[in-house]
Design a protein around this ligand. Structure first.
Ligand SMILES: [Zn+2]
Ligand SMILES: [Zn+2]
Length: 887
């Protein structure tokens, strides 16, 4: 057997085993009719992506599930890939060429796209490499990219089918426009944020008497240049006489009419509103209804155009200032009031959205939403946590049409062609391939639409397009519908809901059975991690410092279902310490293990009564743990399983079991049980900490695998079965009780500062007869672990003289102190300890009473503080009791 290093080195171990797994193809999955499929499609990270904590959490959860189901004997496929991320990637490449003083227009479309592909070849696999560092066991041979040739075919197919079904249409609409990115954005891509703005009151003079005017209020005065009416509510008495009158629009001197519409809110501003149909969604509706003119005064880059007169070429916000100045000068600015408003912001560059009139392509969503709503209502798809069901249904029931065209270059170009020869509106050709000739007039003068599709228009096909749909290959038939989707809450509407719609429409089936939505990773104060706040914890740094296992375990252990994750660097120490504990305990076992023993079948001992109580206990505890872990994993309670594994290994297996058998470790029965528990525990821990479990498992089975002359891996080992007949709750309870007794004796010893090597005499009085028997059977362990020279079982409840006492359940414990200590000095010491404890408890109480702390601190921090206070209070009671008895 090779030397086992005293310290665990995650860096070396992790790289070594990841390479081994990849070489052996352990992550690959193929349709196997005799096996149950288990499939997860990865939420494809952007090609521009760099692994952040959100990814680390998301992908660790998926890897835990995949490794668990793989070991359970299912055909587990984790489908990997990346998203071309239209706007994001274009932005990155635009920035890169800007360093050479170039704009994308300088290169032209074709050359620019070439640059993007070059960029993708060079940097696009960064995030894939980082996922491998994390230990992700994806079937890499299947890696997909949303711009792959086959994938793009699926995108075109979907567009054409929806168009032919009448579910895709082109229309002039007010859309969310980002003047910086110069593209349309869907509502989901333009989240609203609150702003401190102003309400400007402008005077519009009447044509018949220029000294009279109507006052309108607006938050965006620059759009007044595009006004084509002023609207009032027909019920509004103040304006009744003015309906139908003509106003002179200031600065541009255009004539506009006063119209009446019940949509106008009497209470907003002055009750009279300016109407700008080309620059506001509500005004757009008014404009359509009243047949108003649509005057667009802005260019796509947010600068004013030729319809803006003297303000042409000014940026929209610069124009605002100048317009206000000019109005003021003319006495037409009545007043300015501070006004809180909310405006859409580009999700990529945070520029304020301009509602902008333009020609775009849309998908009619209502017909697609219907079956997707049904699927969730009928529980064919289940959300974990359940509360997301309502969020999903609410959004779906109020769904708006989806604007899918984007005015950028990087992406799937619309399969829409126009004939130059045919009349506009009648010249649209939607086709899977570029048409040679116009089907109507036969002209070959044909050009393709310049726009590309929204990135989500390709990723909503991910669960089946990754399997080469529209072809129906065996893989697609076998793995679809997939088993579970693991995702973050931000993309429920962007992605999850749309995948359900696409699945129902194109596969006539749900895309996944379960949707597990995890929380958001925040800093320890609850703030979202962001570059600008400087509170980012880089997962790769953590992997470098503590190891990927430590990162994975710590992240999962603190992520409760449905709750956000509060993270600090210190949190990762838990995972690292756990890895070290596992390493040290395994090293101890390996050094004390006689290899010929490990092939012994446990059944040899397994007549229960032949097993020592220690072995009966640890075996029962292990299978109870396994049962719990199975249940937790099947219900997506990853943290609960992680914490149960941690507590079992650390506090039961190491603190108690190994201590209990230490003096008789060469006993064959102990050898077999110790080996079996460790080996099985490694398998159950493997999904969480794949690297260290493989490292130790390989060492543990060194001789076995050499004999078989083929390498094997913990990955391919079966998940242990729960052996119900070994679970013995009575033994578990008894052992637990004895441990509590030992702990109490240790507390008594430390209370009066008895040195570890000093043996003491203890008497006990169990009130119940049954306990008498139990203590007799187990006195050896108590004597050994509590370091006693003698253990007496008393027959009466009378306290023996010169003892200090403790109580565990219905057992009285007495430690005989005569001759062991100087009573006066011991009393003094205990009094000091009591004063000290009282002070600490008081400060903790104050902290817990402080509403600021309770409200702001993460829940588990508050819980820990409470627990710590309770623990100290118990200790205080113990010391007070001792002090009373010490005389
Ligand atoms: Zn933008
Ligand atoms: Zn034509």
């Amino acid at each position: 057997m090779n030397e086992i290093p005293t310290r665990y080195n995650p860096k070396e171990t992790e790289d070594k085993w990841y390479k081994f797994w990849e070489e052996k193809n352990y992550f690959s999955a193929k349709p196997g009719p005799s096996k149950k499929p288990f499939c997860i499609v990865i939420p494809p990270p952007n090609v521009t992506g760099i692994l952040h904590m959100g990814h680390a959490l998301n992908n660790t959860i998926q890897d835990v599930l995949i490794r668990y189901h793989r070991m359970k004997g299912e055909e587990a496929l984790w489908m990997p890939g990346t998203d071309h991320a239209g706007i994001a990637t274009q932005n990155v490449v635009e920035k890169a060429i800007a360093k050479d003083g170039l704009k994308r227009q300088d290169l032209g479309r074709e050359k620019f796209i070439e640059r993007v592909w070059q960029w993708k070849e060079q940097y696009g696999s960064t995030i894939i490499r980082q996922l491998k560092k994390l230990g992700a066991s994806c079937d890499w041979a299947r890696e997909r990219f949303t711009m792959d040739e086959e994938y793009s075919k699926a995108v075109v197919e979907v567009f054409v089918r929806l168009y032919e079904k009448g579910l895709i249409y082109q229309g002039n609409y007010i859309i969310n426009w980002c003047p910086r990115c110069q593209t349309a954005l869907s509502d989901e891509e333009a989240p609203h944020r609150d702003l401190k703005g102003n309400l400007y009151y402008l005077r519009y003079p009447l044509k018949e008497n220029l000294d009279e005017y109507i006052v309108v209020a607006t938050t965006r005065p620059e759009t007044m240049l595009g006004d084509t009416a002023v609207a009032v509510n027909p019920k509004d008495r103040r304006y009744k006489k003015l309906i139908g009158k003509i106003l002179i629009l200031p600065l541009v001197n255009r004539e506009i009419k006063v119209i009446a519409d019940s949509m106008v809110d009497l209470k907003f501003g002055t009750g009279a509103v300016k109407v700008t149909p080309a620059h506001d969604p509500n005004d757009y509706a008014l404009g359509k209804k009243h047949g108003l003119e649509f005057v667009n005064v802005m260019r796509p880059d947010g600068r004013m155009n030729e319809f803006a007169g003297d303000y042409k070429d000014m940026d929209r916000f610069e124009a605002r200032e100048v317009i206000l100045e000019d109005l003021k000068e003319k006495g037409l600015l009545e007043k300015v009031e501070p006004h809180a408003l909310s405006a859409g912001h580009c999700y990529r560059c945070h520029t304020i959205i301009e509602p902008y009139l333009s020609k775009q392509w849309f998908v009619k969503m209502k017909p697609l939403a219907k079956p997707a709503i049904e699927a969730v209502k009928k529980s064919k798809i289940k959300f974990y946590p359940k509360r997301w069901t309502k969020v999903y249904l609410n959004w779906m029931e109020n769904i708006q049409d989806w604007c899918i065209s984007r005015q950028i270059w990087w992406g799937h170009r619309l399969p829409v062609y126009y004939c130059k020869n045919c009349q506009e509106g009648k010249n649209i050709i939607v086709s899977r391939t570029r048409p040679e000739k116009c089907p109507k007039c036969g002209s070959a003068d044909i050009y393709q639409d310049e726009d590309v599709l929204d990135t989500w228009f390709s990723s909503w096909l991910w669960p089946f397009a990754t399997f080469y749909w529209p072809e129906l290959k065996d893989d697609l038939k076998y793995f679809y519908p997939t088993s579970v989707l693991v995702t973050a809450p931000e993309i429920i509407f962007f992605w999850v809901a749309r995948m359900i719609m696409a699945g129902m429409e194109f596969m006539c089936d749900i895309p996944f059975k379960d949707v597990y939505i995890h929380g958001t990773v925040r800093d320890i104060e609850g703030k979202k991690m962001s570059k600008s706040l400087g509170n980012i914890i880089d997962p790769l740094e953590i992997i470098n410092e503590y190891g990927a296992d430590a990162l994975r375990f710590s992240l999962i252990a603190i992520t409760a279902q449905g709750q956000d994750v509060y993270l600090s660097r210190e949190r990762f120490e838990q995972g690292r310490n756990f890895a070290n504990k596992i390493w040290n305990a395994s090293r101890f076992i390996l050094m004390n293990l006689d290899r010929q023993n490990i092939k012994t079948d446990l059944c040899e001992f397994f007549k229960k009564e032949d097993l020592f109580i220690t072995n009966r206990w640890i075996l029962s505890r292990f299978y109870s743990l396994l049962k719990e872990v199975n249940k937790d994993l099947d219900n997506y309670k990853f943290n609960e399983a992680a914490n149960a594994l941690y507590a079992f290994f650390w506090h039961e297996f190491c603190d108690w079991y190994l201590e209990l058998i230490k003096s008789d470790i060469k006993n064959k029965q102990n050898q077999v049980v110790m080996y079996k528990i460790l080996e099985k525990f490694l398998r159950v821990l493997h999904p969480y900490m794949p690297f260290i479990t493989e490292e130790i498992w390989q060492r543990l089975n060194e001789s076995t695998s050499k004999r078989d002359n083929e390498s094997t891996s913990i990955i391919t080992q079966p998940w242990p079965h729960v052996q119900e007949q070994i679970i013995d709750k009575k033994v578990e309870k008894e052992a637990q009780f004895i441990f509590e007794v030992i702990t109490e004796i240790r507390n008594l010893r430390s209370g009066i500062e008895i040195k570890p090597e000093q043996k003491v005499k203890v008497s006990m009085y169990p009130h119940a007869k049954t306990k008498q028997k139990m203590f007799k059977e187990n006195s050896g362990f108590i004597i050994n672990l509590a370091r006693l020279e003698e253990l007496n079982l008393l027959s009466s409840s009378k306290r023996p003289p010169a003892t200090i006492s403790a109580v565990v359940g219905d057992v009285d414990i007495y430690l005989h102190f005569s001759g062991l200590l100087d009573i006066a000095s011991e009393q003094r010491k205990i009094k000091e300890k009591i004063t000290n404890l009282e002070r600490i408890i008081k400060s903790k109480e104050e902290r817990l009473k402080n509403p600021e702390f309770v409200k702001k601190a993460p829940q588990d921090v508050v819980e820990k503080e409470k627990e710590s206070k309770e623990g100290l209070t118990d200790e205080l009671k113990r010391l007070e009791r001792m002090l009373g008895e010490l005389h």
